[in-house]
Design a binder for this molecule. Sequence first.
Ligand code: SAM
Length: 233
Amino acid sequence: MNFAHKLRKLFHPEIIGSMREHIHRAFHPVSARRLQRELEMDPSWEKLRRKYPRGIKEVHRFGDTKFWIKRNVERAQDLSLDRGRRRHILDLGCGPGFFLYVAERLGHTGVGLDVDEQAIFRDTLRLLKVKRVVHCIRPRFHLPAPGKKFDLITSYLTCFHRLERLRDGNWRTWSTAEWQFFIDDVRANQLKKGGMLLLEFHPQKNGELYPADVRELFLKNRARVFRSKVFLK
Ligand SMILES: C[S@@+](CC[C@H](N)C(=O)[O-])C[C@H]1O[C@@H](n2cnc3c(N)ncnc32)[C@H](O)[C@@H]1O
């Protein structure tokens, strides 16, 4: 690899973005350990892990407060939720509620939205005192009308755009028209002026985050794309 190539790699937007995230976390430390220790003072968490043992169901991994608090402190820091003004947040596919729990501990308000399928999530949401609206996101259907619009809408690894599993193990996902409906709905009915939508994608079996035409659509909507994340205003 020659020097010019190495230099180009160093200044690649992905590397710069990742460095910015690391530097920000280093300069604005939030003690995930302290938040987790405070949570674990409640013996209900130990009981929860006995009720939902690891290895029985994949979703039981969400009883691991050490891992999920740390992960969600990083998510909150990457969105600068550890500083700046108070934000009102909607977390799509909130699952166990750890992201909103951390955000609320940092002074923000929020509500989760999810289907009601996992017993463990009912229990974690209650322990974390995170509010959830039960709703299934479907293509070309509006999200429920909020009482108050949001500054920030997040969707971490939610996969609501997956429609059916194909024979090869990958998923048929939303079309560009279905995504445009969703983006228009979020912008018109959910986000405050200047608000932001963050979509984090989980890769399919073939490694794809979303098809090329959907990427084009995001960019046409002035999205910033960084690794598995898409930021839309
Ligand atoms: C892998 S979990 C991620 C949980 C959480 N966002 C996190 O990253 O910690 C995916 C979540 O998305 C939710 N979900 C999937 N499809 C959905 C849909 N169509 N509408 C609402 N929620 C959905 C699931 O119920 C689950 O809670």
